[in-house]
Structures are given as C-alpha cells and as structure tokens.
Design a protein around this ligand. Structure first.
Ligand SMILES: C[S@@+](CC[C@H](N)C(=O)[O-])C[C@H]1O[C@@H](n2cnc3c(N)ncnc32)[C@H](O)[C@@H]1O
Length: 193
C-alpha cells in the first residue's frame, strides 16, 4: 500500500518535490509521454493530477486547449505559475473522482503518477468518469511508478492494467477507435511517489 502524502504540505515545503523542472529522469519521462502520442495535435487535453504543471505546459504545444487540474490547492497555484505564459491552459482545482462538467470531453488524457494513490472505490469511479469524458477518438496515457517486486505486481494490477488500455479491447474504446499507452518506470532514484 502506497502511503499518501499530504500533497498541500508537500508542495508548500517544496514547489517541485520531484524535481520535474530540472531532473533528466523526469524530463525524459515527459519526452516519452509526448513521444507515444499517436497524433500531432489534439483538441482538448486533460491532465487531471497536474502537480507542478510541467506536463500541462508541454501538452500546450500539442493541444488547442489543455485543462490542468489537481486536488491540492498548492499544486494548482504552482501550475498557474508554471503555465502563466500558456494562454491555452486552464487551471482548476478538482479532486477525482468528482465528475467532469456537462458536455466536457477530451481527446487526450494524461494520467501521471496518481492512480496508485486512490483507494479502490475512488479509482474505479475515476475510470468511469474518464470513460464518460472520453471523446470517441480519445487517447489515454497512464504513467506509473512501479515499486520493486513484489509490490510492483500489486501496483500494476491496481493501476495500469485496470485502466484497460493495454488490453486488446480497451475500455476507453467503445467504438474501437481510441488508443492509449501505459508507461511504467522503476528508477531506484525516483523512489516512491
Ligand atoms: C506524484 S504527483 C504527480 C504530478 C504529475 N502528474 C507528475 O507526473 O509529475 C501526484 C499528484 O496527484 C494529485 N492527486 C492525488 N490524488 C488526487 C485526486 N484524487 N484528484 C486529483 N489529483 C490528485 C496530487 O495532489 C499530486 O499533485
């Protein structure tokens, strides 16, 4: 079981606790996320646990509009600063699995390093709302830190695999047109997050 930090306190003490803005490891991970996207452009991308906003900032180059949300108020403030020059990025405080707005749909959703923090019932409800918010052509990228075995197996079953995107019948592809990718990483220096 992953310990869930107090994210508000964490970002209050350090505005970039995982060094997303500076570490080669994190920058490369973002490069990989962008690298697996199947299309050059998207209409509406959602980064629902945006953290420091560096992922949303990069997505702004690939999408007409980007919605960056996070449960932590401090993360929302930091993301507003990170994305200040990006007029196509909207930043809001939202906690999953709170429902999306009526009519809100996304053709790209990037789930970065947070599914494993959710308790089972919230994770399941989050999958449902992601399905509901997915445009027919939606792509989803899920990024997960994988603990060393044996915990890795647990995290995979709780996080990535149940997103359903690595199966031949992805849950987010009711019409068989959506796509997705999952990135697992286990760099010892990355630690638990
Ligand atoms: C490890 S950080 C990852 C941030 C960013 N996606 C990245 O990959 O660098 C996890 C983030 O998930 C957010 N988070 C945790 N539970 C959440 C929830 N239920 N709804 C929305 N955001 C949540 C935290 O506030 C935190 O910013």
């Amino acid at each position: 079981m992953i310990k869930v930090p107090d994210f508000n306190a964490l970002y209050g003490a350090n505005p970039d606790p995982w060094a997303v803005s500076s570490s080669f490891y994190e920058q490369r991970k973002l490069d990989l996320v962008l690298g697996v996207l199947a299309r050059p452009r998207y209409a509406h991308a959602w980064d629902p646990a945006c953290g420091t906003g560096h992922g949303a900032e990069r997505l702004a180059d690939r999408a007409e509009q980007v919605l960056a949300t996070d449960a932590a108020a401090t993360a929302v403030e930091i993301t507003r600063r990170t994305c200040a020059g990006r007029l196509n990025v909207t930043v809001e405080q939202r906690s999953l699995p709170s429902p999306v707005r009526a009519g809100e749909t996304f053709d790209l959703m990037v789930l970065g390093e947070f599914l494993y923090y959710l308790v089972d019932v919230d994770r399941s409800a989050t999958y449902d709302l992601l399905h509901a918010a997915a445009a027919p052509t939606a792509e989803v990228v899920a990024v997960h830190w994988a603990a060393p075995p044996p915990r890795r197996l647990v995290e995979r079953s709780r996080g990535a695999s149940r997103v359903g995107l690595s199966s031949h019948r992805p849950r987010l592809a009711p019409r068989g047109r959506a796509g997705g990718a999952e990135l697992h990483h286990a760099h010892p220096a990355a630690g638990s997050r």
